[in-house]
Design a protein around this ligand. Structure first.
Ligand code: KG4
Ligand code: ZN
Length: 340
């Protein structure tokens, strides 16, 4: 099977992006993402609306992925889909669609863990990326997760630490909401932060045991800080937006880097691969590039389109499982709290 050409159709629908991709072995031929704008007006993802939008998007998105790759569905070797973790109503759409299509086309079905996919996205063949060497540490930072893992092989991963409450993406989004910024506020905080002074305001670094994280206290301290300052000056936010954003980002990046340094010390592994939507953040990217220079780490940062939710990362896991013939049965079900 090693030298064969295999085409994998991958489907991702765990949260608010409907995505389909076609991979030829480890190469991405297409990666179509339909993001749902509907949630912006609610300041967060509304699960019921997300599953409805997936229902509308899934057929056109899969059609587009096939068309862009110039592949007929008869050429497919297998269908991979996100089984979890994620929102149940959203996962059900992709899962049911993948199961039906695999049954209809008589193809093997491959179930994929979304968080594992964020990590294995590094193994997509791309001129701008080189895969990390095992063992490495993975930092997965998204709107739903904050984890540090030791990755010994493709499917041998051990969680060393994780958030005990909010995910780091939520910390960005909730802080942005306090500042009156629209959802999702993470990328906006990043944009403003690049123009501000990171030392302008000081927010507390939480004391959390081992390699775990906590972000809920940070959000509360930002809320109280902003309330107190706006009482003194109603224009405080607008007059200081870039400095507030820079200070928030600085605090979050400091928290992440402190734990990463601790995990490098603890494991003796200094190859780091990041994944998840927050990997797009300029502050964390800069801090990691500096760690390469100053601490001798080897850092792997995925291409932007493979950082946020996408089906290409589901496809690479699909391909790796296809080679090992790790197929799912037709009675496989979506799993909102799927862990590995
Ligand atoms: O991985 P992802 O697309 O979806 C989840 O699985 O959660 O991550 C989305 C999260 C959101 O919280 C978003 O605000 C955050 O990633 N995000 C950022 C940036 N770009 C996306 N946070 C900070 N800075 C960014 N540049
Ligand atoms: Zn994700």
């Amino acid at each position: 099977m090693e030298n064969e050409t295999n085409y994998i159709l991958a489907i991702e629908s765990s949260c608010d992006d409907t995505s389909a991709a076609i991979l030829r072995n480890t190469t991405v031929l297409s990666n179509v993402v339909a993001s749902q704008k509907i949630h912006e007006q609610y300041g967060g993802v509304v699960p019921e609306l997300a599953s409805r939008a997936h229902q509308q998007n899934i057929v056109p998105v899969v059609d587009q992925a096939l068309a862009k790759a110039n592949i007929d569905k008869k050429q497919l070797s297998a269908i991979a889909f996100t089984r979890g973790p994620g929102l149940m109503g959203s996962l059900l759409v992709g899962t049911s669609f993948a199961k039906s299509l695999a049954l209809g086309l008589g193809l093997p079905l491959i179930e994929v863990n979304h968080m594992q996919a964020h990590i294995l996205a590094h193994f997509i063949q791309d001129t701008n990326m080189s895969p990390p060497k095992f063992p490495f540490l993975a930092l997965t930072i998204s709107g739903g997760h904050t984890q540090i893992l030791k990755v010994s092989d493709y499917f041998k991963m051990e969680v060393l630490g994780q958030s005990l409450d909010d995910a780091v993406g939520e910390a960005f989004d909730k802080s942005a909401k306090v500042l009156g910024l629209p959802y999702p506020g993470g990328p906006l905080v990043d944009q403003y932060a690049q123009k501000g002074n990171p030392r302008a305001f000081e927010f507390p670094i939480p004391k959390v045991k081992d390699l775990n994280f906590s972000f809920s206290g940070l959000k509360t301290s930002i809320l109280y800080f902003v309330q107190r300052k706006t009482k003194e000056n109603p224009d405080f936010i607008s007059e200081n937006l870039v400095d507030i954003c820079a200070s928030i980002q600085y605090t979050i990046v400091t928290i992440l880097m402190q734990k990463l340094k601790k995990s490098v010390k603890q494991t003796g592994i200094n190859t780091i691969a990041i994944g998840g939507g927050v990997s797009a953040n300029s502050g964390i990217r800069k801090a990691l590039v500096n760690a390469e220079k100053d601490l001798g780490w080897t850092v792997h940062i995925p291409k932007f389109e493979y950082c946020t939710d996408n089906a290409a990362m589901i496809g690479i896991v699909g391909y790796l499982k296809f080679k090992k013939e790790l197929f799912a049965e037709q009675n496989v079900t979506a799993s909102a709290r799927y862990s590995f």
